[in-house]
Each structure stands twice: as structure tokens, then as C-alpha cells.
Design a protein around this ligand. Structure first.
Ligand SMILES: NC(=O)c1ccc[n+]([C@@H]2O[C@H](COP(=O)([O-])OP(=O)(O)OC[C@H]3O[C@@H](n4cnc5c(N)ncnc54)[C@H](OP(=O)(O)O)[C@@H]3O)[C@@H](O)[C@H]2O)c1
Length: 253
């Protein structure tokens, strides 16, 4: 496939989004990056510019439908977008462990509404020209409800299944859609997790795997494969069995 030249990434100010921005950054590439922290986002943008990319940053909250839609559409008008990566996400809320009512609503607003707010205007823009690629960052946690992070797992399941449906729906319109299901990746999200995180990898390695998968138009980019197998198995086993096998994952703090 052709290398995407105009790329929009949400949640580019840290972790996987920052690593993806740097992975794609090079001469001749335009990057539209968003986040909420000006300091972190500007630092990522500067590092991408040092690699030769042209970069525009936008401070916005992905839960604000109008702001995200304006940003996606205006960016697309200036530089027709080849690739849109809906990556911004949160794992916990403001009221503690990620399963109180406010935390649940916040996780759903960011991880589900925020992805819809990004992908829907991108699809409309791409549909008009009959080409483009969408990547939706879900998680291996999307394959089964985890007692420690029920809202997070549910939000990631919703966007994974949505993305899988979109892939079939938009293929004949010339638009590729992939869902990305990482295992544990070093980032601010995982920095303080109070439980073991097997086969944890760096953001750089995750970004390389994601880019490679997108270049091959892989439907589901799930990694590392051993964690993917465990997550998949937990999802297909009857609950009477999987409940007993369920790792005792502590809740997010
Ligand atoms: N790390 C893992 O092990 C792992 C595994 C599977 C899936 N994921 C997924 O990967 C994605 C990136 O997470 P990460 O691990 O890289 O975590 P991270 O370092 O905390 O990065 C999250 C990014 O999302 C942005 N963000 C969060 N809420 C936002 C909002 N309302 N509006 C705009 N931007 C927002 C953050 O920007 P600001 O801080 O500037 O607001 C930041 O750039 C998430 O969707 C996450 O669920 C991560």
C-alpha cells in the first residue's frame, strides 16, 4: 500500500499516540495531532518536526463533538487525510477505581463517544473521495469483561465491534478500517498499575507493529500474540469456566 502522507492522530501527547506520531514522522509527511496537554503535545510535535515532518497541533477534548468534527473537517480540507487514528482513551475516572458512576460515564464518553466523534467526520470526508484508512485503538481487554476494569473493557469492546462492522460496510467504498488491540504498553496509562503486566512492550515497538499491520490492511492488529491468545480464549470460554480462570486484576487507582 502507499505510505500515508497526511495523518491525523488523537491522543498524540503521550504513550502510544506519541510513539505513532514519531513512527510516521519524516520528510514529506503531514501530521495533525491532538491532545489536552499543551506542554506534552508541543514536545511531541517538536520531536516530529526534528524528523522532518510538517506538524499541526490542536488542543481539544475528544468528547466535544463539535470541536473534533471541525478539526477533522478543516484539516481534511487543507490536506486530504489518508489515515486517521482514533487513539485517545482513558482507563480510570475521577472518582477512583474506574467503576463508580462518574468514572464509568467518563470512560464511556472518552473511549466511545470520543472515537465516534473522530471517526464519523473522517469517514464522511473519505467517502467523498473514495479512499482513506481508519484505525481504531481498542485493547486486548475488549475480549472479556474484567472485574478490575469493567467500564474500560466494555468501552473497548464497543469500539472494536463497531470498527469491525465499519470495515465490512466501507470496504466497497474504498475505505480501509482496522481495529488495534494492544496488550500492555508502557505509557502514562500503565505507569502506576498495581498488578503484573506480562509481556509489556515499549510504545516504539507497539507503534512499529501497528504501522506494519496498517500497511497490510490487517483487520485486527492484536499483539503480542501470546496475550492475544489468552484474551481471545477468555472471551470464547463459557463464563462458568472463564470466571474461574479470570486473573485477579486489581482495579485502576
Ligand atoms: N498502554 C496500554 O497498555 C494500552 C493497552 C491497550 C490499549 N491502549 C489504548 O491506547 C490508547 C492510548 O493510551 P496510552 O496507553 O498511550 O495512554 P496515555 O499515555 O495515557 O495516552 C492517552 C492519550 O489520550 C489523550 N486523551 C485522553 N483523554 C482525552 C480527551 N478527552 N481528549 C483528548 N485527548 C485525550 C491523552 O492526552 P492528554 O493527556 O494531553 O489529555 C493522551 O495523549 C488508549 O485508547 C488506550 O485505551 C493502551
Amino acid at each position: 500500500m502507499n505510505t500515508p502522507k497526511s495523518i491525523l492522530i488523537t491522543g498524540a501527547s503521550s504513550g502510544i499516540g506519541a510513539a505513532l506520531s514519531l513512527e510516521y514522522a519524516q520528510e514529506g509527511i503531514f501530521l495533525a495531532l491532538c491532545g489536552r496537554s499543551q506542554e506534552r503535545l508541543s514536545e511531541v510535535a517538536d520531536n516530529c518536526r526534528k524528523k522532518g515532518a510538517s506538524v499541526a497541533i490542536e488542543l481539544l477534548d475528544v468528547t466535544n463533538e463539535a470541536s473534533v468534527s471541525n478539526w477533522v473537517c478543516q484539516t481534511n480540507e487543507k490536506r486530504a487525510l489518508d489515515l486517521v487514528i482514533a487513539n485517545a482513551g482513558v482507563a480510570g475516572g475521577d472518582d477512583g477505581a474506574g467503576f463508580g458512576p462518574e468514572a464509568t460515564r467518563k470512560i464511556f464518553r472518552t473511549n466511545i463517544d470520543g472515537v465516534h466523534n473522530t471517526v464519523i467526520p473522517a469517514l464522511k470526508s473519505m467517502e467523498a473521495i473514495g479512499t482513506g484508512q481508519i484505525a481504531i485503538v481498542s485493547s486486548l481487554a475488549s475480549f472479556r469483561g474484567f472485574p478490575g476494569t469493567p467500564a474500560y473493557a466494555a468501552s473497548k469492546a464497543a469500539i472494536r465491534v463497531w470498527g469491525e462492522g465499519l470495515r465490512g460496510r466501507y470496504a466497497e467504498k474504498g475505505i480501509k478500517v482496522s481495529v488495534i488491540c494492544p496488550g500492555f504498553v508502557e505509557s502514562r496509562m500503565t505507569a502506576n498499575n498495581p498488578f503484573p503486566m506480562p509481556l509489556m512492550m515499549t510504545g516504539e515497538k507497539a507503534a512499529r507493529i501497528i504501522r506494519h499491520g496498517l500497511e497490510k490492511n490487517t483487520a485486527r492488529i492484536a499483539f503480542p500474540w501470546r496475550m492475544y491468545f489468552i484474551a481471545w480464549l477468555l472471551g470464547v470460554l463459557p463464563p462458568t469456566l472463564s470466571d474461574r480462570l479470570m486473573p485477579k486484576v486489581a482495579e485502576k487507582e
